[in-house]
Write a protein that binds this ligand. Structure first.
Ligand code: MRU
Length: 356
């Protein structure tokens, strides 16, 4: 349990239980995924969404693959796990936490399968243990992000946020929303402007709902209101999450994040990004190398199933945009707050502990 009854994903031994986010806040449903294909589909269809929890879910998907396997030889099991890894990684391309978690699970599988005297039972146990560890680490990372982020939130801050970055999409209190929760709990008296976040409305449906459950004052606004709010001096800071942070500090996040950063710069409002280091991808040099997911036109043509345009209208529906590092005032991670130049500060932050 991560907060007021919000458990986004749970390992059940023979299934991955997912709190379905598609119908929230109007209907709470728990989906029991019993195959790797079902886990991948839950990720693809946004039943479970948000970079950190996608990683946790994929890790449990890998544990499920090991549990379901009927192979009796570790090396044959490994071949099956490689297939499961491909299926899960293909579910969504932008959030690097997905590939990060699957690769981490495969390293454990490979290490176990190739060790002398290994058994499939041991591989299975090691993979479940690793998935549980990934979830626990994410919970701790969120708490640390919240604590570090406190230094960025002044008394009485009016905070604007985009998409959903809270308990539904992490194993803990959230990333950007985690900072807001920590500030609220520290008595800072924050008020949150919640962007509705077109086209899937993660802000209106999920963030407003989470903040309501937590008793944090919030006001829902259409995405297009952000500029007007800033121009009227009603926003003290913007804080958002990330799906992937490139080595130079460019940030891929929910579509609509980049215009917020431009507006924030124009109005002299700090623009912060909060994410665990599992979202930092030093292997991708800049935002130009980040794959941007293009989603179903139906999300735009008929949001929530309600038609708003002629069904044959041509649509572009990129799910994410890239905010250039120069517009990012600071990045909050579980290891601390980093500022420009990100090429140096991120590399130092993510370097293995104890490395020179
Ligand atoms: O398409 P989504 O809903 O998965 O997009 C989510 C976001 O863009 C979040 O801001 C990001 O994953 C960070 S979640 C802590």
């Amino acid at each position: 349990m991560t907060g007021p009854g919000i458990v986004p994903v749970e390992w059940r031994g023979d299934a991955v239980a997912i709190l379905g986010q598609r119908l929230l806040p109007h209907r709470e449903e728990v989906l029991e995924c019993r195959t790797v294909a079902e886990v991948a589909e839950a990720i693809r269809s946004l039943a479970v969404r948000g970079a950190p929890i996608i990683g946790v879910t994929a890790a449990y998907g890998m544990a499920l693959a090991a549990t379901l396997s009927t192979q009796t030889r570790p090396r044959r099991l490994l071949a099956e796990l490689e297939e499961a890894a491909r299926t899960l990684k293909a579910a969504r391309p932008t959030a690097v936490n997905l590939a990060w978690a699957v690769d981490r699970m495969m390293r454990v599988a490979t290490g176990q399968c190739c060790s002398v005297g290994s058994t499939v039972q041991r591989v299975h146990e090691a993979m479940v243990a690793e998935a549980l560890r990934i979830e626990a680490e994410d919970r701790e990372a969120c708490a640390a992000i919240g604590a570090h982020g406190l230094e960025l939130v002044p008394e009485g801050a009016r905070v604007l946020t985009h998409c959903n970055t809270g308990m539904l999409c992490t194993a803990g209190i959230g990333t950007a929303l985690g900072v807001i929760v920590a500030a609220h709990r520290a008595g800072r008296g924050v008020h949150v402007w919640v962007d509705e976040t077109r086209p899937v409305l993660q802000g209106a449906r999920l963030t407003a709902w989470e903040l309501g459950r937590l008793g944090i004052p919030r006001t829902l606004v259409v995405d297009a209101a952000a500029g007007s709010l800033m121009a009227r001096g009603l926003v003290d800071l913007v804080i958002v999450g990330a799906d992937r942070i490139a080595a130079n500090g460019d940030v891929a996040n929910k579509i609509g994040t980049y215009p917020l950063a431009v507006l924030a710069r124009h109005h002299g409002v700090p623009f912060y990004v909060a994410a665990p280091t599992s979202t930092v991808d030093l292997g991708t040099g800049s935002g130009a190398g980040i794959p941007i997911e293009e989603r179903d036109p139906a999300e735009v043509l008929a949001p929530g199933g309600v038609p708003v345009a002629e069904p044959d209208t041509p649509v572009a529906n990129p799910a994410f945009d890239v905010t250039p590092a120069e517009l990012v005032s600071a990045i909050v991670t579980e290891r601390g707050v980093v500022r420009p130049p990100y090429a140096r500060t991120l590399a130092e932050l993510v370097a293995p502990r104890g490395a020179a």
